[in-house]
Design a protein around this ligand. Structure first.
Ligand code: AMP
Length: 213
């Protein structure tokens, strides 16, 4: 059985704007699967998984594929949704292969892989702003938003995104994420054909018309 619910897979560097781009889709009923958020929840709960992940996250490294894939599988079992938006997953080729299998098991075949491309200088100024905004709001900034860990996360991203991009090949569409949130959202909607409120799956534009914009 096929399921035409749209699936968006967002690939992008830390602070590229994946969370910001996700927000209107989530508001529209998409289920968010942000592995970073799920891990931060575990860290907050001080669960065994959270305790194991915390040191890795603090170092800007990658949590093991088994843990991540297990978390995503469980999440997809428990929560039905009109659409799915993956943020920060997959980060490795084994994760991408596992995601393809999870989607195929559920007959989800309306899949859009978007990569948000943002220049390093913009990423650095965005993460500084995120850090300073959190302090100004009296919140604790993310433990991994400090300059040292951020540099490691960025280096990790450059490495894994090249491999994951190669895995997706021409299934991947790159969009320019250097501009403001509205322009990025418009670009994402243009390449996926997803409008708000969502059009019927049949009404969606062919997402392959514009490989790079
Ligand atoms: P994020 O919020 O997506 O930037 O993720 C924060 C941190 O969580 C990353 O730097 C990794 O340590 C870990 N993490 C999140 N998603 C994954 C993933 N798909 N695979 C491995 N580690 C992940």
């Amino acid at each position: 059985m096929t399921n035409a619910s749209p699936v968006l897979i967002l690939i992008g560097a830390p602070a590229a704007g994946k969370g910001t781009l996700s927000a209107p889709f989530i508001a529209d009923g998409f289920m968010s699967i942000s592995t970073g958020d799920m891990l931060r929840e575990e860290v907050k709960k001080r669960s065994p998984l959270g305790l194991e992940a915390a040191a890795i996250m603090q170092n800007g490294g990658l949590v093991s594929d088994n843990i991540i894939i297990g978390m995503v599988r469980e999440r997809m079992q428990t929560t039905p949704a009109t659409g799915y938006i993956f943020d920060g997953f997959p980060r490795t080729v084994p994760q991408a292969i596992a995601l393809d299998a999870l989607l195929a098991e559920r007959g989800l075949n309306n899949v859009h892989v978007l990569r948000l491309d943002v220049d390093d200088a913009n990423l650095i100024s965005r993460v500084e702003k995120r850090y300073n905004d959190a302090i100004a709001a009296g919140q604790t900034p993310r433990a991994d938003d400090n300059p040292e860990t951020f540099a490691k996360r960025l280096a990790a991203y450059r490495d894994y995104s090249a491999k994951v991009s190669a895995y997706y090949g021409d299934r991947l569409m790159a969009i320019d994420g250097n501009n403001g949130p509205e322009q990025t959202l418009k670009a994402a909607q243009r390449v996926t054909g997803i409008s708000f409120p969502p059009t019927s799956p049949q009404g969606q534009a062919n997402s392959r018309i514009m490989p790079i914009i």
